[in-house]
Design a protein around this ligand. Structure first.
Ligand SMILES: [Zn+2]
Ligand SMILES: [Zn+2]
Length: 420
């Protein structure tokens, strides 16, 4: 019979790798906590309409990449392709949006997109994200950016560059957009077919097209950051001031844009040039129109999403040593049926006392058990045979070439000996 394989674009996280994931998650949780963010968890699937409204009908995600299905009640549901719309739905539905502001939330979750096959992309992927609601001030944008930076710093990831832009607001964007469309029209012959389409639906998106000839057009295009209204200009300069004061270097990068109308002012990305084509580890910005778009009150919001697999790639490229998986404190090797019962209950008691204890589950010979204990890296071993059962004592041996101590076959006594 043929074996069953995991679906294309998914991956397993095996015990030998999971330590890295747990380490990153613990750094993220600790850091987010210090910045006053509370964790939120939301369903794996949501009503499809949440994403068609909350991510934008014309976006690639909604048009080409969503896992949408009808359930047995004929409801149309979608596996979450991103987190922000889910968080916004939840805070409206649960009334948090009417509570104390600012509201600061973070999540670590898996998301699903039917991406085209390419390196660094998978169809189930993990993100750490944060959102700050209820503050229009540049301090909120700076807090989100500095939180992301604190995670990189804490993990020891070097060489990540912060790229920053402002894309204006509903006041100043229409005039800029008009200017941009006029310019793109003059250069329409140099644009790729997708960008010719985007010009009608989403002209700002042309600016982040990776096509070479489109990039040449973009480079000479009018810049949003040079067409800001007074309020947007003040906001952008206040944000840059806060970043300067707090040790966050940045590059003003006019190619960083977001195509959706509810994005306002700040957009940013953290880019790691060492991880190749998929070099954006973190992308974020201000999206003050989304809460009302999804039926809530007008609410300011800013946040980001950070890809965990890219974070791991960056960690490896920075040569960071991740704490290793724990190894057993003790392997208890029984010889004979009676000893097996004693070893099993001794291991059970030691685990209750916080010791990582292993014993034989396979009825192996002593030699085979020692080989296994060595393989799993046990720090000590304790052999129990008829003789030891009679005297109530055995020798606790250090597996790393240390000494031997005689211990009673009693959990408290063994605990003291292995912890010494
Ligand atoms: Zn403006
Ligand atoms: Zn293009």
């Amino acid at each position: 019979m043929s074996t069953i394989q995991r679906p294309y674009g998914t991956f397993d996280i095996l015990p030998e790798e999971v330590g890295t994931w747990q380490y990153i998650e613990s750094v993220v949780r600790d850091t987010a906590k210090r910045y006053g963010f509370g964790e939120i968890r939301f369903p794996t699937f949501e009503a499809t309409e949440l994403f068609s409204r909350g991510v934008g009908d014309t976006s690639d995600i909604v048009q080409k990449e969503m896992y949408t299905f009808n359930d047995r009640d004929k409801r149309t549901l979608t596996l979450r392709p991103e987190g922000t719309a889910c968080v916004v739905r939840s805070i409206i539905e649960n009334g948090l949006v009417f509570g104390a502001m600012p509201l600061k939330l973070f999540y670590i979750a898996n998301f699903f997109r039917h991406e085209k096959a390419q390196k660094g992309r998978s169809r189930e992927f993990w993100q750490f994200g944060c959102e700050i609601f209820g503050s229009s001030g540049a301090e909120a944008d700076a807090t989100a950016i500095l939180l992301a930076k604190a995670v990189f710093d804490k993990l020891g990831i070097k060489g990540v560059a912060l790229h920053l832009n402002s894309i204006g607001c509903p006041e100043c964007r229409p005039a800029y957009r008009e200017k941009l469309v006029a310019y793109l029209n003059e250069n329409i012959a140099s644009l790729c077919p997708t960008c010719v389409e985007r010009m009608k639906t989403n002209p700002l998106r042309v600016l982040d097209c990776k096509n070479e000839s489109c990039r040449a057009v973009s480079e000479r295009a009018p810049k949003s950051a040079e067409h800001l209204c007074g309020e947007c200009e003040r906001h952008f300069s206040a944000l840059r001031g806060l970043l300067d004061d707090n040790g966050a270097d940045y590059i003003v990068d006019t190619s960083i844009v977001r195509g959706l109308d509810y994005y306002t002012r700040t957009v940013f990305e953290f880019i790691d040039p060492t991880i190749g084509a998929q070099s954006t580890i973190c992308g974020g910005g201000r999206y003050s129109g989304l809460v009302s778009e999804l039926g809530g009150p007008e609410t300011d919001a800013v946040g980001f999403g950070m890809g965990i697999t890219r974070l791991i790639a960056a960690l490896e490229n920075s040569g960071v040593q991740v704490p290793k998986n724990a190894v057993p404190d003790i392997y208890i090797a029984p010889l004979g049926e009676k000893a097996k019962i004693k070893a099993f209950s001794l291991a059970q008691k030691l685990r209750g006392l916080g010791v990582y204890a292993e014993t034989d589950l396979c009825g192996r010979s002593l030699k085979a058990q020692m080989k296994y204990a060595d393989k799993i890296g046990a720090k000590h071993n304790l052999v129990i045979g008829d003789n030891e059962l009679e005297t109530g004592q055995s020798s606790l041996k250090s597996m790393s070439g240390g000494g031997t101590v005689l211990v009673g076959l009693d959990a408290d006594e063994v605990l003291r000996a292995v912890k010494e």
